[in-house]
Design a binder for this molecule. Structure first.
Ligand code: UGA
Length: 445
């Protein structure tokens, strides 16, 4: 079993640390945010991720997982040090900002008492691990040449613990074969394929994977708009497409466009890497463009359905960028709420986990206490995030609270017939509109 230290206690660092501890390694998670570390030591996990609290609890109790706000203390005798810090989009709006990765690498070099393999887990452009090696060599020449690796993360928020413990593959790029083997040994006992390669290739696998998934989403959203115009049903279209094993069914759900802290910035960063290398990233630029257009298109469709947005009240179900997380970064719901508000609509919203975070980001509306409160007085409801709670509502109760009758299913997950039976009008993304059923109209009349 190895002695592992992890720099950064965000979604990736914390989940990776807890999972390595679960696999039996001795892990210390380090963060310079003292308050965060103090909370973690008291068992207060600052993010919501199903199963993470329990995993941290068990491993802390069993003595395999520790937290430290001090590099020297947290890195003592570490064999492998992971960098899992943020790589936000830089002020130029395109490239990845690597200041946190580089600062963490320099701090690690200064604090380590003996040489260790430094592994980058933060999503960073091709060439970052090599740059990290240069920083390490410069900071502590007595330990040079430093051994570095890139071990990108593929977990999804909302199922991070499950993904971390059951990966489809592990990718390890390393400066030398021994380091690759050493990092690979952390995953002993896992049955998935391990791809070992050079540093640049490992870094590229991560970007290419995220950009490809984002491309599928933009593709399907564009086709959904065409389906909408030509009166075809996108859900059946994607079902039919997905049965082809060369295509497969995953990541073909039309919706409000992708959000979150990864796809938007990673597509931009890969396009920027290409452009910097003299390759015109035509497809990647369109993927981003289609994603922004999708949000505008949804706002326009709602406006068309309501005959304008000024003075209308729109109920928004869901604020997080996807269900089962409290993360609202780059959430389509927030962007759409701003666009609706800019055009004169009043927004009421509910989210099981993201309300406070949305308020912190300047959400332009009222956060209510339940999906039914959100519906009160609404001319239209928009399902923006497909939390289970929204898929099991009592539509008669919703209809009773609403002023208008439009239900816009931004995720194509609601039961159109049931909605119609309660006297409401169902509109989806690239789907046929379902009018209120005659019975329901008679009942409400
Ligand atoms: C994504 C990748 O899926 C992970 O493999 C990767 O590790 C992670 O980024 C990362 O780089 O850290 P994540 O951002 O957590 O994971 O969320 P996803 O489940 O991929 O969803 C991203 C966005 O795409 C969400 O807004 C979601 O609603 C949207 N989406 C997803 C669709 O609109 N349609 C789909 O069919 C699937």
């Amino acid at each position: 079993m190895a002695r592992v230290s992890i720099i950064g206690t965000g979604y990736v660092g914390l989940t990776t640390g807890a999972c390595f501890a679960h696999l039996g390694h001795d892990v210390t998670c380090i963060d310079i945010d003292r308050e965060k570390i103090a909370r973690l030591r008291e068992g207060d996990v600052p993010i919501y991720e199903p199963g993470l609290n329990e995993l941290i609890d068990t491993n802390v109790r069993e003595g395999r997982l520790h937290f430290s706000d001090d590099y020297t203390d947290g890195l003592r005798d570490a064999e492998i040090v992971y960098l899992a810090v943020g790589t936000p989009t830089a002020p130029d709006g395109k490239s990845a900002d690597l200041k946190y990765v580089y600062a963490a690498a320099a701090s690690v070099a200064r604090a380590l008492n003996s040489p260790a393999i430094v592994v980058n887990k933060s999503t960073s452009p091709v060439g970052t691990a090599t740059a990290v090696a240069r920083i390490l060599d410069a900071e502590r020449p007595e330990f040079a040449p430093w051994r570095v690796a890139s071990n990108p993360e593929f977990l999804q928020e909302g199922s991070a613990v499950h993904d971390c413990l059951n990966p489809a593959r592990v990718v390890i790029g390393a400066s030398d074969p021994e380091s690759a083997d050493h990092v690979a040994s952390l995953y002993d006992g896992m049955t998935c394929p391990i791809v070992t390669t050079d540093l640049n290739t490992a870094e590229m696998i991560k970007y290419a994977s995220n950009a490809f998934l984002a491309t599928r989403i933009s593709f399907v959203n564009e086709v959904a708009r065409i389906a909408d115009a030509l009166d075809a049903d996108i859900k059946t279209v994607t079902y039919g497409m997905g049965l082809d094993p060369r295509i497969g069914p995953a990541f073909l759900n039309a919706g409000l466009g992708y959000g979150g802290s990864c796809f938007p910035k990673d597509v931009l960063a890969l396009a920027h890497m290409g452009a910097s290398a003299g390759i015109e990233p035509l497809l990647l630029e369109s993927v981003t463009q289609v994603n922004s257009d999708q949000r505008r298109w949804v706002v326009e469709r709602i406006s068309e359905e309501l005959g304008g947005l000024a003075g209308r009240t729109i109920g928004l179900w869901g604020l997080t960028f996807k269900p089962n997380t409290d993360d609202v970064r780059e959430a389509p719901a927030l962007d759409i709420a701003r666009q609706l508000a800019d055009r004169g609509a009043t927004i009421r919203a509910y989210d099981p986990m993201g309300g406070q975070h949305a308020r912190n980001l300047g959400f332009p509306g009222v956060v209510t206490a339940s999906p039914y409160d959100t519906a009160s007085g609404a001319d239209a409801l928009l399902l923006a995030t497909e939390w289970d709670e929204f898929l099991t509502v009592d539509w008669n109760r919703v209809a009773y609270r609403m002023r208008g009758s439009l239900v816009f299913d931004g995720r194509n997950r609601l039961d159109a017939e049931e909605i119609a039976r309660s006297g409401l009008r169902y509109v989806g993304i690239g789907r046929r509109t379902v009018e209120p059923s005659t019975d329901a109209e008679e009942i409400s009349a």
